[in-house]
Design a protein around this ligand. Structure first.
Ligand code: ADP
Ligand code: MG
Length: 377
């Protein structure tokens, strides 16, 4: 999925109003009727709105959906990206967007900078992508599905990750500094280092091993299990601060409370991941490793604090359910596109002309698209 930053510069204020109107309309409409967009945008003169709509569609920020009972548009990922980045820009947390440094199944990672030139990381969550084919092959899919939309899911993931990162950062854990979030995007500090998976040797594997295991235990003592504690999500610092401070941990959307029914299993899985990596890659084996029942002793409750900060139990449940549903149903979801590649076929798909299984975000469920993050003026 490319990030269309070119459109950001030339959109007029009216275009932006119309884009925002489409976002607001999608709160209650899977496909936002054109008449509603016009109404919400509140611009005088219908022709003006029409021009804005075609500009936005040309830039792939909204997409026309013809096969609906009425004429309407939906926000695309590009449009949602635009709104988030515009919010960061208004808040002066992002001034420019640079290279993409990470591509995951469910996220895109870019280096960004603020006005002062400070480099940060923009993580764009992309959940709930469903291929066009799977939608077509499952006619009841849209009608019966209870899971939430890609917009809602991606936004929840970002919100959850930001909340956990903030709690951990404030409690002195080695995690990136959380800087800002909007919609499905978060901004955090850029960690100067490389993923642990690139390590092929280490001068003192036992020290690194111990500090990683201590991290897992300390995290559990604070009420949390990472659940994806692997060599991809541990960044080895280029300049270690000390023996105990040679890494930073990233990627928190799947974090769970130690009160989770599967906590023991998740804890063991994180521990085993590290043991396996050390054995395979660094030839280091140790009989000394933490065990949930024996070593996890609650001293603090970040799991509860995070809930109190806005990521409620209900949201956690909803999120877990939706993620597992979307993963089941969207297994053949599209891979990420190369950066810079033209992304001009989205409109065609929407127009119903070409058969293209790259459709990734067809169908939204209005339920739960609860926007507390309206774009700033
Ligand atoms: P995903 O959920 O797709 O795995 P991650 O948060 O793990 O996303 O990020 C993917 C990759 O991007 C990481 O493996 C890492 O190489 C890079 N990355 C992410 N966040 C940072 C950061 N704050 N500083 C430096 N590199 C980062
Ligand atoms: Mg990761």
């Amino acid at each position: 999925m490319k990030l269309n930053t070119a459109a950001m510069r030339y959109l007029s204020n009216d275009d932006f109003r119309v884009l925002t109107a489409t976002e607001m309309g999608s709160k209650n409409h899977e496909i936002v009727p054109t008449t509603l967009i016009v109404q919400i945008a509140g611009l005088r003169g219908g022709a003006g709105v029409g021009n804005c709509i075609s500009e936005l569609a040309k830039a792939n920020l909204i997409a026309r959906v013809k096969n609906a009972k009425y004429d309407g548009y939906r926000l695309t990922y590009g449009g949602y990206d635009y709104l988030a980045i515009k919010a960061f820009s208004n808040r002066r947390t992002v001034y420019s967007v640079g290279n993409q440094i990470g591509v995951g199944k469910e996220s895109d990672i870019f280096v960004v900078a603020n006005e002062k030139g400070r480099k940060c990381v923009l993580k764009i969550h992309r959940l709930g992508r469903i291929s066009f084919r799977s939608v077509k092959n499952n006619r009841d899919y849209l009608r019966n599905r209870q899971s939430a939309s890609w917009m809602y899911l991606s936004r929840l993931a970002a919100q959850k990750e930001f909340a956990f990162m903030k709690a951990l950062y404030e409690n002195g854990f080695p995690v990136p500094e959380p800087i800002d979030y909007s919609r499905h995007c978060i901004i955090m500090s850029l960690i100067p280092g490389f993923p642990m998976r690139q390590l092929s040797s280490h001068e003192d594997p036992s020290a690194l091993y111990s500090s990683l295991m201590s991290f897992i235990v300390r995290l559990a003592n604070h009420g949390l299990i990472h659940c994806d504690f692997n060599e991809f999500n541990i960044i080895i610092l280029d300049e270690p601060k000390s023996e105990d401070e040679q890494f930073v941990v990233i990627d928190f959307p799947q974090c769970v409370s130690i009160d989770h029914v599967d906590a023991e299993r998740y804890f063991k899985r994180d521990v085993d991941c590290i043991r396996r990596f050390f054995e395979k890659k660094l030839g280091y084996v140790s009989d000394d490793y933490p065990i949930f029942q024996r070593d996890a002793k609650r001293v603090a409750s970040l799991d509860i604090d995070v809930q109190a900060s806005g990521f409620s139990k209900k949201m956690v449940k909803e999120f877990e359910k939706a993620i597992s549903e979307s993963r089941e149903k969207g297994e053949d979801s599209t891979d990420h596109e190369e950066i810079g590649e033209h992304n001009g076929d989205e409109e065609d798909e929407e127009e119903g002309g070409e058969e293209d299984d790259e459709e990734d975000d067809e169908g939204e469920n209005e339920e739960g698209v609860d926007r507390d993050d309206e774009p700033e003026e």
